[in-house]
Write a protein that binds this ligand. Structure first.
Ligand SMILES: C[S@@+](CC[C@H](N)C(=O)[O-])C[C@H]1O[C@@H](n2cnc3c(N)ncnc32)[C@H](O)[C@@H]1O
Length: 296
C-alpha cells in the first residue's frame, strides 16, 4: 500500500509541446537529445516504458522496440501523444503517477525518463519505482537537469545566485521544478539497483547568442563531439545517463501486466472499458484508448 506520496506537477491542459518545443526555438535542444538517445538506446527490444512521455515527442525514437508504454499523469498530454502516434497495438497510453506505477514487477526490458525527473520532489522514491518494474539487466536511460552547470557556477561566483551549485541537495528553482547534482543522482541510481554504463552531457551550446549565430547543423555536430566528455565531467544543463538494472527480479507470470496502484495487488486483468482490482475492488476506466490509473 502506498501512502503520503509527493505532490505532482500538473500538465493537464498544458500547451507545453507547441509553446516550448514547436514555437519556442528549441530545434537545437531537440536535435541533440535525439542524438544522445540514438547513442544510448539498445538497437532493439521488446517492451519499452516511457516515463513522463508528455505529447510523445521522443516516442518515435524508440522504433527498435516492439511496444512502447507511454506513462504520464496528464491525460491531455497523452491525448496529444495519441494524435501524433495513432492508436495501435504498438502504443499503450497510461495515465498514472510515477510514484505508484500500475505494472507488475519486472515487466519491462527498458525504460526512459526524459525531462521528467526534474518534477520529482522525491527523486529517489521515483527511481525505486522504476527499478521495481524493470527486469534484471534492463536498460534505463535517464535525463536530468544538472544544478552544477557552467552558467550556475559562474552566477554563483559572481554573486548573482544564492544557491550553491556544488552542494548535493536538489534546488527547487520554481515550484516542483528541481535541478540535481550529478553525484546525488548517481548515488540514488546505485541505491535503487542500477549500475551506470555511460554518461553524456547534452546542450553545451544552450546560449542564445550561439544559437542565433551558428547554423543548427554546426551546433549539433559540436554538441555531438562534446557529449562524450560527459564520462569525465558534467557541466551542462542536461545530462543523459544509461544504466542497467542489477540484482534479482521475480519472474513475471505469463500474461500479467497491470497491478493495482492503490493496494499493490497483482495482476489486474486487462478488461477494457474497465479494469477492476480483484483485491480492493477499485475500478480503473479505459476511455478512448487511455488507461486511467490515477487515484485522485
Ligand atoms: C517537461 S514534460 C516532458 C515530456 C517529454 N518527456 C519530453 O521530453 O518532451 C514532463 C512530463 O512529466 C509528466 N509528469 C510530471 N510528474 C509526473 C508524475 N508524478 N507521474 C507521471 N507523469 C508526470 C508531466 O505530466 C509532463 O508531461
Amino acid at each position: 500500500m502506498t501512502t503520503n506520496l509527493p505532490p505532482i506537477c500538473s500538465y493537464e491542459g498544458s500547451d507545453y509541446q507547441t509553446a516550448f518545443w514547436e514555437q519556442g526555438g528549441r530545434a537545437y535542444e531537440d536535435a541533440v537529445e535525439a542524438l544522445a538517445l540514438r547513442r544510448l538506446l539498445p538497437a532493439q527490444g521488446r517492451l519499452m516504458l516511457e516515463l513522463g512521455a508528455g505529447a510523445g515527442r521522443n516516442t518515435p525514437r524508440y522504433h527498435g522496440f516492439e511496444r512502447v508504454i507511454l506513462v504520464d499523469y496528464s491525460r491531455t498530454q497523452l491525448e496529444q501523444a495519441q494524435q501524433r502516434l495513432g492508436s495501435s497495438w504498438r502504443y499503450v497510453y497510461v495515465a498514472a503517477d510515477i510514484y505508484r506505477l500500475p505494472f507488475v514487477d519486472g515487466l519491462f526490458d527498458a525504460a526512459t525518463m526524459i525531462r521528467t525527473l526534474h518534477h520529482m520532489a522525491d527523486a529517489r522514491r521515483a527511481l525505486m519505482q522504476v527499478r521495481r518494474v524493470l527486469q534484471a539487466e534492463a536498460v534505463f536511460i535517464l535525463e536530468f537537469a544538472n544544478k552544477r552547470n557552467l552558467k550556475a557556477i559562474l552566477r554563483y561566483w559572481l554573486r548573482r545566485q544564492q544557491w550553491n551549485p556544488f552542494s548535493l541537495e536538489p534546488v527547487e528553482f520554481a515550484a516542483l521544478n528541481f535541478d540535481f547534482h550529478p553525484v546525488a543522482v548517481r548515488g540514488w541510481l546505485s541505491e535503487c539497483g542500477f549500475t551506470i554504463e555511460r554518461q553524456l552531457t547534452v546542450s553545451h551550446l544552450r546560449v542564445g547568442v550561439l544559437k542565433r549565430l551558428l547554423p543548427l547543423k554546426v551546433l549539433v555536430v559540436l554538441d555531438g563531439l562534446f557529449q562524450w566528455t560527459g564520462e569525465l565531467w558534467q557541466l551542462t544543463p542536461s545530462v543523459f545517463v544509461r544504466s542497467r538494472a542489477t540484482g534479482q527480479t521475480s519472474n513475471v507470470q505469463a500474461g500479467a501486466f497491470f497491478a493495482c496502484p492503490a493496494c499493490d495487488a497483482t495482476p489486474i486483468a486487462d478488461t477494457p472499458p474497465e479494469l477492476v482490482c480483484p483485491l480492493c475492488g477499485r475500478r480503473y476506466p479505459v476511455v478512448n484508448g487511455i488507461y486511467d490509473f490515477r487515484l485522485s
